[in-house]
Design a protein around this ligand. Sequence first.
Ligand code: DGJ
Length: 730
Amino acid sequence: MKIRYTASIILFLVISYCRAQTIIPIETKDFAMVFQTDSQNRLWNVYFGKKLDNKSDYQQIDKHYYFPSSNAGMYNAAYTPSGTWNLSEPALQVKHFDGNLSTELHFVNVETQIKNEETITKIELTDPVYKLTVVLNYKVWSNLNVVEQWTDITNNENGTIELGKYASANLYFTNKDFYLTHFQGEYLKEMQPTEEKLTQGIKTIESKLGTRAMLLGTPNFIVSFESPQDEDNGLVLLGQLAWSGNYKIDFEIDSYKNLRLIAGINPYESNYSLKKEETFKTPSLIYSISNKGTGLASRQLQSWAKKYRVLDGEGDRLTLLNNWEATYFDFNESKLSKLFKDTKDLGLDLFLLDDGWFGNKYPRNNDDAGLGDWQENRKKLPNGLGYLVKEAKKNKVKFGIWIEPEMVNPESELFKNHPEWVIKQPERPAKLYRNQMVLDLTNPEVQNFVFNIVDTLFTQNPEIAFIKWDCNAVIYNAYSVYQQQNGIPQTHLYVDYVLGLYKVLERIREKYPKVPMMLCSGGGGRADYEFLKYFTEFWPSDDTDPIERIFLQWNYSYFFPAITMDCHVTNWGNQPVKLKVDVASMGKLGFDVDVSHMDGKDLDFTKRAIKNYNGFKHMVLHGEQYRLASPYENPFAALMYVEENQSQAIMFNYLSSNRFMERVTKRPIKLKGLHNDKKYRVKEINLYPDTKSTIDETAVYSGNFLMTVGINPEIDVKRTSVVLLINEVE
Ligand code: DGJ
């Protein structure tokens, strides 16, 4: 892997050769992970916890722990090999060039590269018998407790080797008890949390879906040490495998009751061959560590994401009107012109044209035909996209468009012309998912095709201002004609699909670095920090019932900042429009409604709420988020966003369950993140027409009061959502 850093490469000074052992601490702002070699130069993970004041003290650690290598062999290896005397779950399995299956890893060298706030530590290991090099990479940011970790595996042997398992990270924790929160679900019920105490054995979270990796379960997790996770207390590690395909994360309580965590690409049907001198770079495991609970862990991860990871993470976002639920496939130019006017009238920035605009021989009038034929449908859009872009402009709104470039309907010209471009077992009947199949992105020609869909849209219509990139099928019958014809093993398919997709996205971003793109996948099937290098935002779920969204958005917020989360108001859920708009305002606001069906008061409210959103969105998009009251513990939820200088904040309060017709907030809710000594006034905004606020706007509170006693938003069945603006009083 080429290192682009210009800063000088310095040898890691902290290496201590005391007792002929090398000690390597990986330090974040407050924590440390420490590795140590033994007399045979094997590398062990000996500490995870608060960092010590003096680096020399790390030498004293290991003798206070019990790390025997009997039983299953290596439990706390820095990267656990297999095939020798290790019998525990490995991080690495290799078939060497001569067919031998055994691997040992010895420490070779460590170096550190520093560039601005980033420090990368690279620990090189090698097999004493085979010329196999493994480099463990740890990237930290001086001001945060966030680690990005990945592994480079290089084959210097005399021929091709085959990787059976090639984890990104292998962590080891020594605590009394461990609790795991993971997030599973299904379509429309994505990201449902389950917390469990880990007991001896392996708990695995994984995906084998090929694409839309998060549909049924997600590569996000929270490990809480000693006790169940808490928003404000306790040591937690909140992590994600940043890989957009099959993942597998194992949490193993070993026979000494310690926790081994091995995370990486799912080895399922994915043996990967490496030719001589080739390197495989694994995806990254990214984690945030906090000893003040999940609240701080999330804020650290969110800050990291906005500053260092998400495309345009510190930029603005466009509010929009999407026509999907307003029209589905049934639209024409005049219907769309009306929607442009509605977009403007509501005060939104952009109109987003969804599915159904393409296909002629096989018109896309339903989801069973046309996917793959990316030419404007002449019947619906006789004047083409150019005309629509101009019409939108006339109405002073921007224009965005939906594509689903990785997929194809069998009823399409694309499929008829290129059946070999589709992933499918040659001798078996096709199995469709939403009437479609997945294109073979391991094939460079298919990569070009997908790139050209986007490139053509932009070259023909340079003013297109937004792309919604959808993905509505999983990979069934995994088989690639391209790989078969080019002598590439079929077990590369799942991995090379994702790498092919990244290649396309890389090309798109080289040419169009900034155009906002939404990552959609029929719901929460896709969102991770590798994708979010290329996308500005993602669609968390097709479920837009505001009550469900309170829970969903709450759960996503553990891992993603609000600026990345597309939250739309739709007709889903028999709930007041105020609740819908207020819930969607805790993320990136959008609408998917037919304005002509809205009653006068609802419309009036919505327009004012959009104006208000534009006034406070800087806090939602760029501020610090504090979760105040969980809908899992209360019949309501409350959360707030605070401006960096603590002079302004916005608090959202929602009724999430109304079994009893009564006032639900009987006590004040404590605010967080304000300045203790500043004075604030609290004002209720987003009031529905003809209703009055029950909040006393004239009262002045100290930050200390609001964070110690709190404020009662007075939620009840008539006030199902309350938005409070908190302004510093000069
Ligand atoms: C699934 C998406 O989640 C919807 O918003 C919409 O774009 C449809 N696909 C279109 O087919």
